[in-house]
Design a protein around this ligand. Structure first.
Ligand code: T4K
Length: 386
C-alpha cells in the first residue's frame, strides 16, 4: 500500500527560479480582452454612476446575458468560482461530514471547497481524457454519500446524462465544477443547466476573464434564492439577515470586464479552435492532444497534450529553455498534495495523467505562427527523449 512518504518522494516540483530566469515569451493562461474600448466605456459609466458593487446594474446585466447563453433559469455571479462551489455545497444543506465524490485530477479548489464546507471528500478516478469515470462513481457510493462533484475540465464535458441518472437513482446532489466550461456544448445543449448547479470561473486565465469572478447556474429557484442571500451576508433586505452568509459579491468593474468578454465569446472560441487545429496537425506522435468528442463542441481553452510519461519533464524543460512556459495541469494530483497526501485511494488513471499532461499556450495573444513554433520546439524536446 502506498504511504504518504512514498507519495511525497515522487512529486517533482518545478523550480520557480528556472521560470523567472528564462522569462518566458509564451505562457499558458495569458488573459485576453477582445474589445478594450467597450470595456473602458463601461468603466467610465461605473465611475460616473457612483455604484461600484452590491448587485449593481453591471452585475445584473452580466447575469441576464450569461443566463441566456447558458440557457438556464438563474445565473448568480460571485467573487470567484472557488467561493461559488463552497456556496453551492453549503446552500444544498448536505448533512455535515457526509461524503462528496470528486476527482483528484482537478485544480485543488474543487477539493478545498468540499472540506471547507464541513464535508468529507472521496476521490474518484478519471477516464483517459481526465473526466470522471462514472463506473467508478457508482462503485464508491455508500450510505454516507450525499453528493457528486463532477469536473468539466479543459473545455470538455463529462457524461452529464449518465451522472444525472446516477445522482437521481441514488438521491444524491450533483454539482458540476465547470470552471473551464464557458461556451462548451454537449449534444444536448450548452453546459449550464446540469445537475443541481454548475459553477464557472471568470479568472483572468479563463476564456471569459473578469480579472477574477465566478458564475453559478441553476434551474432551481429555491437554490438560486439561497445563493443570492448567501453571497451577500444573508441580507434579505435593509437590516434584515435571513441566513448565514459571507461576502462573495462580484464588483461592477469585474462584471464589466466579464460582460465585455462574454459578448465576444464566439470570436474567442473561433480563434482558440484555429490554434487547437494547428497544434493537432503539428504535434508529433506518440504525443497527442486530448480532443472533444465528435458530438460536443469545446471552447478549446486548454491545449492538453498527453506525452509519454518518461519524456514529459524533459519536454517541459526544453520548452522553458526556449521561452515557452507550458503547465502540468494537473500535477501532482490533489491526492498527492500536502493536505490530502495521507489518503489511501488508488487512482491509477489519475496518476498516469499527472505524469503525462502538458498544457501548451493558447488564447488571443497566440497566433498560428506562434503555435507552429511552439509545436516545433515541443517535437524537438520529444525527439530528444527517444
Ligand atoms: N475548478 C477548476 C477545475 C479550476 O481550474 C479552477 C481554477 C477553479 C475551480 C477555481 O476557479 P477560481 O476560484 O480561480 O475562479 C490558475 C488560476 O489561478 C486558476 O483560476 C485556475 N483554475 C488554474 C487552472 O490556473 P495557477 O496557480 O496555476 O495560476 P498562475 O498564477 O500560475 O497563472 C497561470 C498562468 O497564467 C501563468 O502561466 C501565468 C499566466 N497569467 C496568470 C495571470 C493571473 C498571466 O499571464 N496573467 C495573469 O494575470 O492557477
Amino acid at each position: 500500500m502506498m504511504t504518504k512518504t512514498d507519495r511525497d518522494a515522487t512529486v517533482k516540483p518545478l523550480a520557480m527560479s528556472s521560470v523567472s530566469k528564462n522569462s518566458p515569451r509564451y505562457v499558458v493562461g495569458r488573459p485576453g480582452i477582445l474589445n478594450q474600448q467597450r470595456f473602458l466605456e463601461r468603466v467610465q459609466d461605473i465611475l460616473n454612476s457612483g455604484w461600484h458593487t452590491n448587485d449593481g446594474p453591471m452585475v445584473q446585466e452580466l447575469e441576464s446575458f450569461a443566463a441566456a447563453r447558458f440557457d438556464v433559469r438563474n445565473c448568480i455571479s460571485v467573487a470567484n468560482a472557488t467561493l461559488g462551489l463552497e456556496l453551492v455545497l453549503q446552500c444544498l444543506r448536505l448533512p455535515r461530514q457526509s461524503k462528496v465524490i470528486v476527482p483528484s485530477f482537478t485544480f485543488v479548489a474543487s477539493a478545498h471547497s468540499i472540506v471547507r464546507s464541513d464535508l468529507q471528500l472521496v476521490f474518484c478516478d478519471v477516464d483517459e481524457r481526465g473526466l470522471v469515470d462514472c463506473d467508478e462513481i457508482d462503485r464508491l457510493i455508500d450510505d454516507e454519500t450525499s453528493a457528486i462533484m463532477a469536473v468539466n475540465i479543459y473545455g470538455l464535458a463529462c457524461d452529464t446524462e449518465r451522472l444525472e441518472y446516477i445522482a437521481k437513482r441514488n438521491r444524491l446532489a450533483l454539482v458540476f465544477d465547470s470552471a473551464h466550461g464557458i461556451g462548451v456544448r454537449t449534444q444536448f445543449g450548452p453546459l449550464g443547466g446540469h445537475g443541481n448547479a454548475e459553477v464557472f470561473s471568470l479568472h483572468a486565465t479563463k476564456i471569459i476573464s473578469g480579472f477574477e469572478g465566478g458564475l453559478i447556474t441553476t434551474n432551481s429557484q429555491d437554490l438560486a434564492n439561497a445563493l443570492r442571500l448567501a453571497r451577500n451576508f444573508g441580507f434579505s433586505g435593509y437590516d434584515c439577515v435571513a441566513s448565514i452568509g459571507t461576502n462573495a459579491k462580484l464588483s461592477e468593474i469585474h462584471a464589466a470586464m466579464a460582460l465585455t468578454n462574454f459578448e465576444e465569446l464566439d470570436k474567442a472560441i473561433a480563434h482558440n479552435a484555429t490554434i487547437f487545429a494547428t497544434y493537432l496537425e503539428a504535434v508529433k506522435t506518440p504525443a497527442r492532444l486530448i480532443s472533444p468528442l465528435a458530438n460536443e463542441s469545446s471552447n478549446y481553452q486548454y491545449v492538453a497534450v498527453k506525452c509519454p510519461a518518461q519524456s514529459r519533464e524533459r519536454i517541459l524543460e526544453h520548452l522553458l529553455q526556449n521561452g515557452i512556459f507550458a503547465r502540468r495541469y494537473f500535477y501532482p494530483g490533489v491526492h498527492r498534495m500536502e493536505p490530502y497526501g495521507a489518503r489511501l485511494e488508488k487512482l491509477p488513471q489519475t496518476d498516469l495523467l499527472c505524469e503525462q499532461i502538458l498544457c501548451l499556450p493558447t488564447g488571443q495573444d497566440i497566433s498560428i505562427a506562434d503555435a507552429e513554433y511552439i509545436a516545433k520546439v515541443f517535437n524537438s524536446g520529444l525527439e530528444q527523449t527517444f
